[in-house]
Design a protein around this ligand. Structure first.
Ligand code: HEC
Length: 222
């Protein structure tokens, strides 16, 4: 048994020594069994690579309507894609805590234009420093506006109003909308229904939505 062990050790040792560098520098990398895997063909991402894809570009746009992980709306959305955002609802239940936070955020980011009374008469507009009249969120048109449409306005802005997507994260946007909807419900709007997950945020009838799209599109042309 011991002898066998010794022989194995000698053979293995000899093999190890033979495997070592013989002294010459070897420049030959040896055999390549799968050359197309070892040496992959690299494509330049932003130039044409004939035949690779239908339009020969390696970097492809996502399929239309693709929603990125963690996002609520697809990329490259335009205002006329209203089906994508009008029906959007908050995936959170909006309780007392969220409403308080929504109010705080509203007063930081929106109140300066839309006013703490949501009447569109915030200090920036009232002082004459900002020329465009911010939406009077107590007005009938905005009382009927769905939460999803408001979400769109926060994400992409609306005419003179810029996007607030970078200042507010997904939950914060909905908290602000919940605060607006709650305020509206106490000022002539329909009852507040965002207390439950996935609850609809406003009763905007389809016919009204279509009208709103038409007027929004006209407004955009100015
Ligand atoms: C710099 C001023 C300004 C700030 C800040 C601002 N808005 Fe506006 N907002 C406007 C103006 C101006 C309009 C009217 C745009 C139009 O209809 O031409 C508007 C319109 C809107 C509308 C109506 C959108 C529509 O589809 O008609 C909503 C909802 C709204 N704002 C919500 C918000 C919220 C929420 C915030 C805070 C995150 C905010 N705004 C911050 C200026 C502002």
């Amino acid at each position: 048994m011991k002898k066998q062990y010794l022989i194995t050790l000698i053979v293995a040792g000899a093999a190890l020594i033979t495997a070592c560098n013989s002294g010459d520098t070897r420049r030959n990398p040896g055999k390549t069994y799968m050359p197309d895997m070892t040496y992959s063909r690299a494509y330049d991402a932003y130039t044409k690579n004939d035949g690779v894809t239908k339009d020969s570009l390696v970097s492809q746009l996502p399929v239309a309507g693709t929603i990125a992980r963690g996002h609520a709306l697809p990329d490259h959305l335009t205002e006329s894609d209203s089906i994508a955002y009008r029906g959007l609802t908050a995936p959170y239940a909006m309780g007392e805590k969220e409403l308080t936070e929504g109010k705080r955020l509203y007063n930081i980011y929106c109140g300066i234009c839309h006013g703490t009374a949501l009447d569109g008469n915030g200090p920036l507009y009232a002082s004459g420093k900002f020329a465009a009249m911010p939406a009077n969120l107590k007005g009938a048109q905005y009382l009927a506006m769905s939460g999803g449409q408001m979400y769109y306005a926060i994400m992409y802005g609306k005419n003179m109003m810029g996007s607030y997507a970078s200042q507010l994260n997904h939950k914060q946007r909905w908290e602000v909308i919940a605060y607006i909807k709650k305020f509206q419900s106490e000022n002539g709007g329909s009852p507040f229904t965002m207390g439950q997950v996935g609850a609809t945020t406003a009763a905007a009838p389809v016919a009204d939505s279509a009208k709103a799209t038409a007027s929004a599109d006209t407004a955009k042309k100015h």
